[in-house]
Structures are given as C-alpha cells and as structure tokens.
Design a protein around this ligand. Structure first.
Ligand code: UGA
Length: 460
C-alpha cells in the first residue's frame, strides 16, 4: 500500500520505517528541511535501537522516502497517518499540530479524486478524531464522508524497544468511522498475526489512555507499598512484592517453573515514572475527566504518589546522612529509563532539583553520551556531568542510582567505593534487589525498606 506519514518524530519514524520493512511504500513528510535531508541520506535523527538499520534499508530499497511536500505525498498514496506531536501545557493537550496536519491533508485531497483513508496515530483526547479532525478534513477537502475514510490507530511503542513493539505488537486497535475505512486500515496490517480489534474512533482513543493509566497504576501501587515499608522497621518491599507476584493472576506455573507475567516488571518500587508518555497522558486524561464531569480520583492518586517519590528518596538519604547541605551526591543515570537518551520528565531531574534545594553538591553520570548531551541542555553548569564513574563518585558522600542501566551491575563497586568519602549506595531503582553488586565494602540501601541501624538488617 502507498502510505504517507505526516510527522517524523519518534512515532512517525518508527511507524514509517517498520511499515516500509513490511513491504509498504512509505513517504515520510516533515516541515523541517534538515530532518527531511537527513532521512533522505538514510540517517536516523533519533536514538532508538534497530531504527537506524531499518531507515537505511528502507531508503536503499526505495520503500521509504522523505519529503517536505505533503500535498504531493498524499496525492500519490491511499492512506495517510497523522503522527505529529501533541504537546501539553497545564494539563491540556495542544491539538493545533493535529488540526493543521488534518487541514493540509484535506487541502491535498481537494485536488485529487479517489478514496483516501486518514488515520490519527498521535495520542489525542477522546473525541478529537470524530470532531476536530473530521471537521478540518471536511472543510479543507470539500469531500463528503463517503469519499474519505477516518480512522484512529493508537501506538503502543515503548522507547528502547519500539521497533520490536511495532513488529510484534500485543494487539492492533483499529478505530474506524465506518466499515470501509476499517477494512482499508486492516489491509495495512494484513501481515500482522496479533489480535486486531475494530472499534469506534472514541474507543480507540480511550484504549491508549486507559492502557497507559493501567501501567502507571501498577508502578504507583508498588511505590505506595514501598512508602509503607520505608516506615516499618525491617520491612522490605521487594520481599513483599515477590510474594504478591506469585498470585496466579501474575505468575503461571509450567512444569514447576514460575513464569511471571510482564506486568510484574511494573510492580516494583522505584523512584517513579517519567518519560514523554505516562505523565502527560495521565494528566490529560484527568483533565478530560474534569471537562466531561467525571473526575478520576484514581489518576490523582497515581500522579500524587509519583510526584512524591523523588522527595521520599531524598528523605531516605537524609535518614542516612543527616543534613545534605554541602554533601556531595553522585546521581547515577539521567535518562528517564535505560536504553534511551530521553530525559523528558526524568526522575533524575526531579531528584537533582530537590537535592540542589537542600544545598547538596551534585555530580551525575549516564553511560549514554547522547543522554549527557541532552542533559547539558536541561541542567545548569553546576552539576558536573560525566560518562565515566570515577569523576562522579570521587569524594562523594553517597551515590543515588536513579536509572536502572544494567551497566551499573557490572561496575567494580569494591574499587569504586574506595573513591567515595562515604561509601553509601542508595539504589532508587532496586536494581540490586535480586543480584548483589560486585564488591562488598560499601553500604547499600534500596527503596521500599527501612534499615534499622547503620549495620542494618538490609545489608547485601
Ligand atoms: C510507555 C508504555 O510502556 C508503552 O506501552 C506506551 O506505548 C508508551 O508509554 C506510549 O504511550 O507511547 P515508555 O514511556 O517508553 O512507554 O516507557 P516505560 O518502559 O513504560 O517506562 C515509563 C516510566 O516508568 C519510566 O520512567 C520507567 O523508569 C518507569 N517505570 C517502569 C518504573 O518506575 N517502574 C517500573 O516498574 C517500570
């Protein structure tokens, strides 16, 4: 199928490159000439595992193209996907880019004939496709409803595994205004064997918000249990949740072997969720609930628990060190999660803000040079940023592990702890809960536990 993708951000690029790999003829449109030029040269403008190879292959085989000319791309395709950004401000989602993309697609359709399907992939407030997008296309194209199809097809891509998530999805949601549009969209995904659900446009929009709210609720649930444990001498959230995970709803037994559901990955204490999706989507859904007269107190709780988490981690540090004024603290990990260079809503930034307010002197590490480059744009020069552990840990009163990069497991902690003034590791992601780090000569505390004495019950 000839497909146009409008917007070459994270979702548009992954979608375009993967559809091209499935044999479709894909044209990616962007109004940023540098982006288009980079794509034409086969360069991948974002950090995502497996994506550079797919883009290169798509460009080389001619299955993937890039252009700044939206009208031309739409005219030569049968289906156009809107993958533009939906920034948020004060809880409200700004749909102006979606509206403008729909308007331009509509204007392009005015010039050509033949049935064309417009698909919204950007995460949009429930009702947006049916109203704002439909109206923008209808008025710009002058077409009647029978002459174009309207669909909503949310993405479920997780940064760091987005290519695999697209290629082997759990499900494909086909929101469609009518049967013909739904069938055309289903044709695009003909070669995917996962369950495919066809539903009304508004339900497709809601699936996306509900799915992200559900996942975030698991994280906040575990963190809520963690806070309790942090106030009960000897309690340990990791042990408690190991017991919870064995519920048959979460773990199945096969020949005496326990197979945990992927949901258990989210049912673990940490320093909370960040990134470009969960915080924004939950705030947007909460706002939407208020607008339609159905406030969602569950979302208030999930977000409150998450907002409080960095401060609670700082409390744990203060319980160990006393006043943090003038203390040197090393932050390990800046990206909002491993395998990405993205720092949007990163918990490390929230932690840095709180520690700086307490007068701590800060140094921060991330193993990914691109994450450090992004951090330089977001963190002022007072925080020393480094890709090597030694300059960050040297003379530190404590290290706080804020991003669960697996490389931290590989570090020689015995040697590194000797560089620290006070060899304390606060494992805010409980990365070492199941596997103690190398090197015995330091003190480690995790989140979700209350150490009783300096010698503590919870030593590794
Ligand atoms: C998330 C969802 O996982 C995807 O299914 C969804 O499609 C995507 O948002 C989206 O809306 O586009 P992503 O934001 O890339 O994907 O990352 P996650 O792996 O879900 O992590 C989100 C945050 O939760 C990170 O800050 C992570 O550190 C945190 N997290 C995750 C925890 O604090 N605890 C956990 O147990 C798991």
């Amino acid at each position: 199928m000839n497909v146009t993708i409008v917007g070459t951000g994270y979702v548009g690029l992954v979608t375009g490159a993967c559809l091209a790999a499935f044999g479709h003829d894909v044209t990616c449109v962007d109004n940023n000439p540098q982006r288009v030029a980079a794509l034409k040269a086969g360069e991948c403008p974002i950090f995502e595992r497996g994506l550079p190879e797919l883009i290169q292959r798509g460009i080389n085989t001619g299955k993937l193209r890039a252009t700044g000319n939206l009208a031309e791309a739409v005219a030569s395709s049968a289906l156009t996907m809107i993958c533009v950004g939906t920034p948020s401000s004060g809880g409200r989602i700004d749909l102006s880019l979606v509206r403008e993309a729909a308007r331009q697609i509509g204007a392009a359709l005015r010039e050509v004939s033949g049935y064309h399907v417009v698909v919204v992939k950007s995460t949009v407030v429930p009702g947006t496709t049916e109203t704002l997008v439909r109206e923008a296309i209808a008025s710009a194209s002058g077409r009647s409803e029978e002459e174009y199809g309207l669909c909503m097809n949310p993405e479920f891509l997780s940064q760091g595994s987005a290519v695999a998530d697209f290629m082997q999805p759990d499900r494909i949601i086909l929101g469609a205004a009518n049967r013909r549009a739904g069938e055309a969209l289903a044709e695009l995904y003909r070669d995917f064997s996962c369950p495919k659900l066809t539903m009304a446009l508004v339900n497709a929009e809601l699936v996306k918000y509900a799915a992200n709210s559900f996942q975030a609720s698991l994280i906040s649930f575990a963190n809520q249990i963690a806070v309790l444990c942090e106030h009960v001498p000897g309690a340990d959230e990791a042990a408690v949740m190991r017991g919870v995970h064995l519920d048959r709803m979460l773990t199945r037994m096969e020949d005496g072997v326990a197979i945990p559901s992927p949901a258990t990955r989210f049912l673990r204490a940490g320093i909370g969720f960040g990134g470009s999706c969960f915080p924004k989507d939950l705030v947007a859904l909460r706002y939407f609930g208020q607008q339609v007269g159905a406030p969602v107190p569950l979302l208030d709780a999930i977000l409150d628990i998450n907002d409080q988490r960095p401060g609670q981690v700082v409390d744990l540090l203060e319980a160990e060190l006393g006043s943090l004024d003038g203390r040197r603290i090393a932050i390990l990990g800046l990206a909002f999660k491993p395998d990405t260079d993205d720092l949007r809503e990163s918990r490390s930034l929230a932690l840095i803000e709180r520690l700086a307010a307490k007068g701590a002197s800060l140094r921060a590490h991330d193993p990914l040079p691109q994450a450090l480059d992004n951090a330089r744009l977001m963190i002022d020069g007072r925080v020393l940023l480094h890709a090597e552990p030694e300059p960050v840990l040297e003379g530190a009163d404590a290290a706080v592990l804020a991003t669960a990069w697996p490389v931290y497991r590989e570090w020689n902690w015995e040697r590194l702890a000797r560089l620290m003034r006070h060899p304390l590791l606060l494992d805010a992601r409980n990365l070492f809960a199941d596997q103690p780090p190398r090197g015995p000569i330091y003190r480690r505390i995790g989140v979700g536990m209350k150490a009783i004495t300096k010698e503590g019950l919870n030593h590794p």
